[in-house]
Design a protein around this ligand. Structure first.
Ligand SMILES: [Zn+2]
Length: 127
């Protein structure tokens, strides 16, 4: 993919507002990332396409944030987490109202939800 064909950060944020999580996929080796890349970090190919990523995954790790920027003040404390999506792609996002490790076990299933808040907003999925 040529650099000028990559969607802008603004366009990517707009997808998130619509409840879509977009990522970048190397056509050659299948490597996927949420961060735009022009050359595949794994195999160096420039054949990159934009794909929609799964909305569900599991929590790999997180930190609990008590001190938040103004736009997150109503959600404190929240977990800033790394989620491994069902296809293996790693995404960072956040889950509101997590104050202690018991609130969010590692491996917890989560689902992306539509949000006007910045970043990718996840909620816990009951199993
Ligand atoms: Zn590749």
């Amino acid at each position: 993919m040529k650099e000028e064909n990559l969607p802008s950060i603004k366009e990517l944020e707009e997808y998130v507002r619509q409840g879509k999580l977009m990522g970048f996929k190397c056509k050659k080796c299948g490597h996927k990332e949420v961060t735009p890349f022009v050359y595949c970090p794994r195999c160096g190919s420039s054949e990159v396409e934009v794909v929609e990523l799964p909305k569900t995954g599991k929590v790999v790790t997180y930190t609990i944030q008590w001190v938040a920027p103004e736009r997150f003040l109503n959600e404190v404390p929240y977990a800033w987490c790394v989620v491994e999506l069902d296809d293996g792609t790693m995404v960072s996002g956040w889950i509101p109202f997590i104050s202690k490790p018991e609130d969010l076990p590692i491996g917890q299933k989560v689902r992306m939800v539509k949000s006007y808040k910045p970043g990718v907003y996840f909620e816990k999925v009951k199993e």
